[in-house]
Design a protein around this ligand. Structure first.
Ligand SMILES: Cc1cc2nc3c(=O)[nH]c(=O)nc-3n(C[C@H](O)[C@H](O)[C@H](O)COP(=O)(O)OP(=O)(O)OC[C@H]3O[C@@H](n4cnc5c(N)ncnc54)[C@H](O)[C@@H]3O)c2cc1C
Ligand SMILES: COc1ccc2c(c1)CN(c1nc(C(=O)N(C)c3cc(Cl)c(F)cc3C(=O)O)c(Cl)s1)C2
Length: 468
């Protein structure tokens, strides 16, 4: 059957669904894109609330394929480095790589709007806002959508679930096959907080940076917006959010933990934000298969929702679209081949990045503060400078390449082994030197104790670094 005769249903007009519609339509299929929310593109309140995300290589490559890379990047802000904010108010930049290697801060609703408008402009795409999928049948391709005042039933040759972490399409798949599914809510919640522009209307902090306040149990990050503001995101245990119940408690917490951010935000913003908003949950989802028969597929967060501690959820979902497109190129209209091939080629890598993001959350919570975060990144960058083709930091493979996520992790495990041996050797050498120095110069007992303490501390610090 020719493409023109095949009808494809895409459930979810979020970031991945609206991009997927552009890919599928370019192949000639008739696309119906269903979104349960109303069209927010004209809604000033939605557009006014700037929530941003980090767009990197995988996502940029997908946008390139549908001719949207320039349109999206011209309304984004490049971030060339992280800016680490220490408790003493000092800031230190850590570049993402060589010059020219940067990630983009983009507005979430602005990006979604661009993708929906591009999809809408295609003659073979129809967008149905206010339509919520209530059921679908992976054998017949039948779908049932509910609107405010009616029910819409349609049958399709292919149903693509891009309906996010709590996907209705995935739920229907679970009832029709041996479906492996696990989800995990982490103990941290997140809350956005707006850094206003400075009096002059510019950015209140250095513009082209991803600002981070790493505090082990808590973390604040901030990405720049075009209007001179920053959107901050606080990550803290729910039990801590629950303790911040009075203006005094809120101000004290910020003064103790993020003093420089408090100056920029102002006490009123911090108090109003934390006392009026509710911290939101973060969930991690691993499941398989991603397809059923030749009728149904899930991509994006519907397939692999992840905690945001690698900035890869959207980038991974956008890369799903590239992989699906390549398989349609390879197998043509034979969805009976395309869909199983998608599961076979994507599950391992999607699970890898879901696990990596979770691991990074745990690592950052346990051992990352300004010092270790700084040292590990500088060590990574130094070894990359020394051995550019052999030592590619994990975040570089993840963020600045399309290296399969699973391969990036096996490479990292090798790096950890090498680094571990290097650092242990350095610790032993440091201790031996200290002992020899103490012995050779015949220093008094007090100094000898001091040296051995120094040696012990050096080895402990190096051990801590190895773990970081
Ligand atoms: C705090 C935070 C920070 C993040 N930062 C980054 C980052 O820096 N970089 C990055 O790459 N990713 C980031 N992410 C992840 C990113 O937001 C998600 O991976 C991405 O939004 C997934 O897109 P999606 O289209 O698959 O799902 P969603 O964005 O959830 O969209 C799903 C759409 O489906 C619709 N829908 C749901 N159910 C139905 C139904 N039954 N019928 C019809 N429509 C339905 C919803 O209304 C929605 O529009 C972050 C996430 C969080 C929480
Ligand atoms: C809008 O809300 C959010 C929330 C979290 C993130 C983002 C946007 C964007 N994020 C990115 N993370 C990386 C990364 O690889 N790592 C290891 C990092 C992980 C953390 Cl948690 C961090 F704070 C810095 C880095 C870093 O290296 O800069 C990028 Cl590269 S971009 C995380």
């Amino acid at each position: 059957m020719e493409a023109e005769r095949k009808n494809v249903c895409i459930v979810g007009g979020g970031l991945v669904g609206s991009l997927c519609a552009c890919f599928i339509a370019k192949r000639g299929y008739n696309v119906d894109l269903f979104e349960m929310r109303q069209d927010f593109r004209a809604d000033a309140t939605v557009l006014g609330r700037s929530i941003n995300l980090a767009l990197s290589h995988r996502g940029l490559e997908a946008l390139e394929r549908v001719g949207l890379r320039e349109k999206v990047t011209k309304s984004g802000i490049p971030m060339h480095a992280r800016m680490i904010h220490s408790l003493d108010g000092k800031t230190r930049p850590i570049p993402y790589g060589r010059t020219g290697q940067f990630i983009m801060s983009v507005d979430r609703m602005g990006l979604n709007g661009v993708l929906l408008t591009e999809a809408e402009s295609q003659p073979n795409i129809t967008i149905h806002f206010g339509h919520k999928l209530v059921s679908c049948d992976p054998t017949t391709g039948e779908t049932v959508f509910s609107t405010d005042d009616s029910t819409v039933k349609r049958t399709y040759d292919l149903i693509v679930g891009c309906d996010g972490a709590f996907s209705a399409v995935r739920k229907s798949m679970m009832r029709h096959c041996r479906f492996d599914y696990e989800q995990r809510y982490i103990e941290h919640g997140y809350m956005e907080i707006a850094f206003p522009p400075s009096e002059s209307g510019g950015h209140c902090m250095a513009t082209n940076y991803l600002h981070i306040w790493p505090r082990n149990q808590f973390m604040l990050i901030a990405l720049p917006n075009l209007d001179g503001s920053f959107t901050g995101t606080m990550f803290m245990p729910f039990e801590l959010f629950d303790q911040l119940k009075s203006p005094e408690a809120v101000v004290k917490f910020y003064r103790d933990t993020f003093p420089d951010a408090l100056e920029l935000l102002g006490e009123k913003t911090v108090v109003d934000t934390i006392l009026s908003l509710k911290a939101l949950p973060l969930v991690s989802i691993r499941c398989q298969p991603y397809h059923l028969n030749d009728k149904m597929l899930i991509i994006g967060d519907a397939a692999h929702a992840m905690v945001p501690f690698y900035g890869q959820g959207m980038n991974c979902g956008f890369e799903d679209c590239i992989i699906l497109d390549d398989l349609m190129q390879q197998f043509g209209h034979d969805f009976g081949k395309v869909l199983p091939a998608f599961t076979n080629s994507r599950v391992e890598d999607a699970h890898a990045i879901v696990d990596l993001a979770l691991y990074n959350y745990i690592e950052m919570r346990q051992s990352v503060n300004s010092v270790t975060f700084l040292l590990r990144k500088k060590l990574d960058n130094a070894l990359n400078w020394l051995l550019p083709n052999h030592w590619v930091p994990l975040y570089t493979m993840v963020t600045f390449s399309r290296t399969p996520y699973s391969r990036a992790i096996t490479d990292r495990r090798w790096q950890d082994r090498v680094l571990g041996r290097l650092l242990c050797a350095a610790a032993v050498a440091a201790s031996v030197c200290a002992a020899c120095a103490a012995h050779r110069v015949g220093v008094t007992r007090a100094l000898r104790t001091h040296w051995s303490q120094m040696a012990f501390r050096a080895s402990r610090m190096i051990e801590g670094l190895r773990k970081a």
